[in-house]
Design a protein around this ligand. Structure first.
Ligand code: T5A
Length: 238
């Protein structure tokens, strides 16, 4: 196992269909190939309780779910995954890759639903017990394009929220990029998934240097190319 002193927590953010699942799977597979102890998680979800909450949140039948109830459910799922999985993993020096985290609540429930940003920030802080990602990769893609990719499958309750809602969510993410330039790194998604992956690696490399992971040859871009060449994107890591 590659040795390092403490865990690393990286979250991925973006609008619908921006490619988070595709890219996080590739990253997890790369890290596993290099013998890192990696956890691949998603929000909402990642625990038995969180997955049940996810079902409620995404169920298209739940049209009457109020914005405040929606917010509380996202925060409840988050508190569960932080306490049960993320905080212990970081304490055990694991690498945690999480598909969405607090920033999604800021963008979707804050900008999208119009709930108080101050309230959301304090609820995020309560749910996470102050645990924030070391780095957040935001995959930037025009909302319309992402939605058209995402809804090639059957769409869920949030995907159905309408174009104006998703435009506001996009604005929320842009607000975060301006507010937290150090943590929240914007990566433009490219036509070629491998180019996007390489841009992501550029944004996280320093975290591994700081960890004294001496052998950074694992970030050799040829490896990234191989990951996508085999099957169009790593699968089944989550
Ligand atoms: N939410 C979540 C909130 O409202 N508040 C919160 O606090 C939180 C945590 C979660 C929903 O909950 C909301 C946000 C979401 O609406 P989800 O199913 O996890 O639901 O939704 P997403 O995270 O948006 O997941 P998606 O699967 O829809 O999108 P991804 O993971 O970003 O995209 P991915 O990788 O599945 O790619 C989508 C399609 O595009 C293709 C892929 O092959 C795939 O078919 N693709 C590309 N096509 C062309 N070029 C590229 N470069 C491509 N990259 C990927």
């Amino acid at each position: 196992m590659t040795a390092h002193k403490r865990g690393v927590f990286i979250s991925f953010e973006g609008g619908e269909g921006s490619g988070k699942t595709t890219q996080t799977r590739a990253l997890v597979r790369l890290l596993q190939m290099l013998d890192f102890d990696v956890l691949h998680l998603r929000e909402p979800g990642g625990t038995r309780i969180g997955e049940s909450i996810r079902d409620i949140l995404l169920d298209t039948n739940n049209t009457e779910l109020s914005p405040r109830a929606e917010l509380l459910l996202y925060e409840a799922a988050r508190a569960q995954i932080v306490d049960q999985v993320i905080a212990p993993a970081i304490a055990q020096a694991k690498i945690v890759i999480c598909d969405r985290f607090c920033d999604s609540t800021y963008a979707y429930q804050g900008f999208g639903r119009g709930l108080s940003l101050d309230a959301i920030e304090s609820m995020n802080s309560f749910a996470t017990n102050g645990l924030m990602p070391d780095r957040t990769i935001y995959l930037e893609l025009p909302p319309q394009l992402g939605l058209s990719r995402a809804t090639r499958r059957s769409s869920d309750r949030i995907e159905n929220a309408g174009d104006e809602f998703h435009a506001r969510v996009h604005e929320g993410f842009m607000d975060l990029a301006a507010k937290y330039p150090d943590r929240f790194r914007l990566v433009h998604t490219r036509e070629d998934k491998r180019d996007t992956f390489q841009a992501i690696l550029d944004e996280i490399l320093d975290l591994f240097w700081e960890l004294d992971a001496k052998d950074t040859s694992w970030l050799a871009y040829s490896k990234a190319q191989e990951l996508f060449a085999k099957d169009g994107g790593a699968r089944d890591a989550r």
